[in-house]
Design a protein around this ligand. Structure first.
Ligand SMILES: Cc1cc2nc3c(=O)[nH]c(=O)nc-3n(C[C@H](O)[C@H](O)[C@H](O)COP(=O)(O)OP(=O)(O)OC[C@H]3O[C@@H](n4cnc5c(N)ncnc54)[C@H](O)[C@@H]3O)c2cc1C
Length: 362
């Protein structure tokens, strides 16, 4: 098999050989790309810095509770998500029945429009999305492995992790971390090619909103006609508040667990505040919004800071596509231009299909 860059940096690979694909990140995009390649005769290696899969669609377990402390659910308003998710098995698939209502800067709660569509998670947590996708592939997944450098040698790609271990050679690499982390990786890429600089500029231009999630647990349960409350005028310290007990299998009977996502302005100002202080502020806001002082005093709390929570915009497409001929791909919510699990899923899947086309010599 020959591997060399052509005049324009394109690959020259005999298409009968299995294509070797290295994927950075096992979020919705990375997992969907591996899924799209599952029966393409490709060998797929995923390198993921966390201990688990599904990235910002994250689930934690504590004291008999399960909670999705990143993405709350996957909406079915994208055709791929709507068809693919049930195909992954309906056992444990949860459609959150209660609607999303709204509140304004004064904390005034109002009924939503009732046009939520389906809001999917799983009784075992939203991480089931990537787990189920990957279970249907032969991809090798290396967890707790952070890639810190990429290089191109002899027409193939190599990834190096923070311990200096080498992964590769790969015919194709697909980078799926949030744009600022992808820009860092591209900045640490040893590839002498005119297309790299415009690519880095395009990725660098994507900024993100920061969200600090506070998780508040209570030994009682109230009923409400809604699952979540979203701040519509973006002028409240709380951006989103939801009741994890509306997801079957997440919270034991008689208990409740609020997921409170603070606004980007609040989150940036209080990103490093001690957990107890941040949770007390979130609990006070929850008590005010729900008009019930019992919410001021959760019996346990948890949190997660998401520095790169949601992309503000998408990246310019042309510099991203220009490097694909050299076997360098990017995917994720920021490529799709929408901070949604379904958008990342589709974007990763479509990148996988383009790589698959490469395998077929199309
Ligand atoms: C608080 C919050 C609430 C949200 N709510 C919703 C919601 O309700 N509904 C919805 O649809 N979307 C929601 N989103 C957005 C949604 O989570 C994302 O759009 C989606 O999960 C992005 O998937 P991705 O695969 O593009 O990226 P990610 O999920 O970020 O996956 C990238 C992966 O790359 C890994 N990685 C990064 N750097 C490296 C490295 N150097 N080496 C190895 N691995 C690396 C990361 O660990 C991660 O697993 C929310 C996000 C947040 C943070």
């Amino acid at each position: 098999m020959s591997h060399r860059d052509g005049p324009a940096g394109s690959r020259d690979r005999e298409s009968t050989e299995p294509i070797r694909v290295g994927v950075v990140g096992a979020g919705a995009a990375g997992a969907a790309a591996a899924y799209a390649l599952r029966d393409a005769g490709a060998t797929v290696t995923i390198v993921e810095k966390s201990g688990g899969v599904c990235g910002r669609a994250a689930t934690r377990r504590r004291e008999g509770c399960r909670y999705d402390h990143g993405a709350n659910y996957v909406k079915d308003d994208d055709e791929l998500a709507a068809s693919l998710i049930p195909e992954l098995g309906t056992e444990g698939l949860v459609d959150i029945e209660e609607p999303v209502w709204t509140f304004d800067a004064d904390g005034e709660v109002a009924e939503g429009h009732g046009d939520d569509g389906r809001k999917w998670t799983w009784s075992e947590g939203i991480t089931q999305l990537a787990k189920r996708l990957l279970a249907r592939t032969d991809a090798a997944v290396h967890r707790r492995t952070r890639v810190e450098a990429i290089d191109r040698a002899g027409g193939t790609w190599h990834l190096t992790d923070t311990d200096g271990a080498d992964y590769g050679p790969f015919d194709v690499v697909l980078l799926t971390p949030p744009a600022p982390q992808t820009a860092d990786l591209l900045g640490a890429t040893d590839w002498d090619d005119d297309r790299l600089e415009p690519l880095i500029d395009a990725v660098d231009a994507v900024s993100y909103r920061t969200i600090r999630t506070l998780v508040l647990h209570y030994p009682f349960r109230e009923s409400y006609p809604w699952y979540g409350l979203v701040n519509v005028d973006k002028d409240h310290a709380v951006g989103w508040l939801s009741r994890e007990e509306c997801k079957s299998g997440h919270v034991p009977d008689g208990e409740s667990l609020l997921v409170v996502q603070m606004s980007p302005a609040w989150s940036e100002a209080h990103y490093d505040d001690p957990l107890d202080d941040a949770a007390a502020a979130a609990a006070d806001h929850a008590a005010d919004l729900l008009g019930d002082d019992r919410y001021r005093d959760p019996d346990w709390v948890d949190d997660q800071g998401w520095r790169y929570a949601l992309p503000e915009s998408g990246a310019e497409t042309e510099p991203l596509r220009a490097v694909e001929a050299a076997g360098l791909y990017v995917a994720g919510d920021w490529v799709a231009g929408e901070g949604r699990v379904a958008a990342a899923l589709r974007n990763g899947y479509e990148a996988g299909e383009r790589i698959r086309g490469e395998q077929a010599g199309e």
